[in-house]
Design a protein around this ligand. Sequence first.
Ligand code: TYD
Length: 135
Amino acid sequence: MSLAECRIIDLPKINDPRGNLTFIEAERHVPFEIRRVYYLYDVPGGAERGGHAHRAMHQFIIAMSGSFDVILKDGTQEKRFHLNRSYFGLYVCPMIWRELDNFSSGSVCMALSSTFYDAGDYYRDYDEFVRASKV
Ligand code: TYD
């Protein structure tokens, strides 16, 4: 698993004058089975979220409303992605550190995850993550 595998994935978009529609099917549009959905909202200006990596969890992050940035780090390199539409998202593979910032007012960040919530799957210490990622 590496930073190169983390990528923007375009989702199907059904354009309609009544309002557009996008859908996501597990293992078709995202490369994992979806076990959990959570979302961040009412994020105050200047706040930063994330600041962790996961041992096993695959994730897909979408800006359902507004915009924000996701910074991904593998311990050597980093990449910043700007998410601002609900018809594409960012796939994040395991063993990648993520930070989220630059939230616009009223933004909603939805995350689809391959695992149920498990505090034991987190690296919350960056140095520990870097050491583990070099093994
Ligand atoms: P955390 O993953 O650190 O949030 P973020 O990465 O978005 O900044 O989680 C914040 C808190 O919420 C932490 O106490 C764990 C809890 N939490 C759950 O109970 N279930 C979940 O599915 C998630 C994502 C977090």
